[in-house]
Write a protein that binds this ligand. Structure first.
Ligand code: AMP
Length: 111
């Protein structure tokens, strides 16, 4: 298994885990852009948001059920941002679907 996020989700590479269930894994971004910066990933490999289909979209739904729970645990009652980058122009650097949960400060308007 060569995908770094597959390996993190499998516990093969250490991470600062904040949440785990049978299908979803969440951990702190190694290069945070805000006081709270967490990555939420499916344990199953999906290359990116452009590879979401009727076959795997229930995983995305599960991730979006988990996000508010993590946000509450992190104390993000004032709000937060959820972002997924897609492809080279979108700034995706890890080709395993992940959602950035960013918060803990007033965020700038996105480019
Ligand atoms: P993206 O650029 O949208 O593909 O996001 C990839 C994110 O993964 C970046 O914000 C990186 O800082 C983060 N990242 C890469 N490797 C690790 C790692 N081993 N542990 C935690 N975060 C990582």
């Amino acid at each position: 298994m060569s995908c770094i996020f597959c390996r993190i989700a499998a516990g093969e590479i250490p991470s600062q885990k904040v949440y785990e269930d049978e299908r979803v894994f969440a951990f702190r971004d190694i290069n945070p852009v805000a006081p709270v910066h967490i990555l939420i990933v499916p344990k199953t490999h999906i290359p990116g948001a452009d590879a979401v289909s009727s076959e795997n979209s229930s995983l995305v739904a599960r991730i979006f059920e988990v996000i508010p729970k993590i946000a509450a645990t992190e104390g993000l009652s004032r709000g937060y941002r959820v972002v997924t980058n897609v492809g080279e122009d979108g700034g995706q650097t890890v080709m395993h679907l992940h959602f950035h949960l960013i918060g803990g400060r007033k965020l700038d308007i996105m480019a």
